[in-house]
Design a protein around this ligand. Structure first.
Ligand code: ZN
Length: 138
C-alpha cells in the first residue's frame, strides 16, 4: 500500500529566502510554485529522482503553517508517504485505533489527494498519506 517517500514538507517563513539553497547550492533547478488555498500555503516543490522537497510558506497569519512557525520555528513539518490507495490507508489507520486529522482525502499540491495522520498517534511525526492522480506528472 505504501510505495515510498513522496516528499518531505519543510516550513519556511519566506520562500524567497530559502529557495536559493535548494535551487542554487544543491542544484535542484527551478521549483514549481503553487498556492494551495485549502491549506493556506504557498509551496515550492523541487523534484529529484527519489522524491520531492516541498517548502511551505504561510499565506496568512493564523494558518496552520503560520502557527507551526510561531511555536516551533522553521524546520521539517511533515513526511509524505506515497500510496496507491489513500482511502484504504485512512481506513487502516482508523482500524488500528489511531487518529486521522483528515477523515477524507483532500486536495494537496500538484493535484495529489492527501490526508494527514494525527501526530499524537505517530510519536509526534506529522505523516501525510499522498496519492498522485493517474497520469498527473506533477
Ligand atoms: Zn505535503
Amino acid at each position: 500500500m505504501i510505495q515510498g517517500i513522496d516528499h518531505i514538507g519543510i516550513a519556511v517563513r519566506s520562500l524567497v529566502d530559502r529557495i536559493p539553497f535548494y535551487r542554487d547550492v544543491l542544484g535542484l533547478g527551478e521549483p514549481e510554485i503553487e498556492e494551495v488555498e485549502d491549506q493556506a500555503v504557498r509551496t515550492a516543490v523541487f523534484h529529484t529522482d527519489a522524491g520531492r522537497i516541498e517548502l511551505l510558506e504561510p499565506l496568512h497569519e493564523g494558518s496552520p503553517i503560520a502557527t507551526f512557525l510561531e511555536r516551533r520555528g522553521e524546520g521539517i513539518h511533515h513526511v509524505a508517504l506515497a500510496t496507491d490507495d489513500i482511502t484504504g490507508g485512512i481506513g487502516a489507520v482508523r482500524d488500528a485505533g489511531m487518529r486521522m486529522i483528515d477523515a477524507e482525502p483532500r486536495a494537496g499540491a500538484g493535484g495529489a489527494d492527501i490526508a494527514f495522520v494525527h501526530p499524537k498517534s505517530t510519536g509526534s511525526v506529522l505523516v501525510e498519506l499522498c496519492q498522485r492522480r493517474r497520469g498527473g506528472g506533477a
